[in-house]
Ligand binder design. Sequence first.
Ligand code: IPE
Ligand code: IPE
Ligand code: MG
Length: 242
Amino acid sequence: MNSPIKDLLDNNQIKIPKHIAIICDGNGRWAKKKGFPRAFGHKAGTKPIEDITKNCYELGVKTLTFYVFSTENWSRSDKEVTFLMKLFIEFFIKLRNEAGENIKVKHIGITENLSLELIDEIKKTENLTENNSGMVLNIALNYGSRSEIINATKNIMNSIGIGNLNIDEINEELISNYMFTAGVPDVDLIIRTSGEMRISNFLLWQSAKASLWFTEDYWPDFKYDHLKEAIKYYNEADSKFL
Ligand code: IPE
Ligand code: IPE
Ligand code: MG
């Protein structure tokens, strides 16, 4: 195998996180540094998403989540938002063509304010990949953790209201099952690029026990070596609690 991930796979001391969640940050600054418009950085940022997805799949990661657009990101300029939405349409089309038989693509977040065209491409991609069992790839787009918790709370209340659920049945597992991430393991490792050390309303419930790894590098420069460092950090952090 010539794959770059061979070193990690060959090391049987290394524990591969079941769920890695990545805050892909710094696209705009990456472009600015090169004297290009922000859009250029967003476009460049799709490449590491593809590459890291392949690496994680080969490593045996069960769930990989990318945060690509937050509910707060609507406050950006119309020009930038329009560009991003077009990019997401192309991105979902590409994903379903390249997901093969192994990657199940799922959108997490709300569809409110998304164009019908984008919603349609998301649905097509989800439908086409829904029976794939190798890895779940969550795309957090128009996602916000607090809005997810509000949504879950309303659905729980509704289930109680119609008599399908008893208050005594509410526990951690049940709440997890009312989240957009129902059915996937909790987050083990959160990665954020570009030197910002914030959570930005990302998977607050699911990452209660996650390790956090940060890099100064911008998202378009993210490579397998960064992933490897993050996984090593996760192993060190994890072993302290054994
Ligand atoms: C992350 O890069 C991508 C999105 C939030 C869509 P940014 O666009 O936040 O880039 P910076 O942080 O301004 O450099
Ligand atoms: C967080 O990045 C959201 C995504 C990467 C999609 P931002 O760049 O929007 O976050 P803040 O506003 O700096 O926290
Ligand atoms: Mg940013």
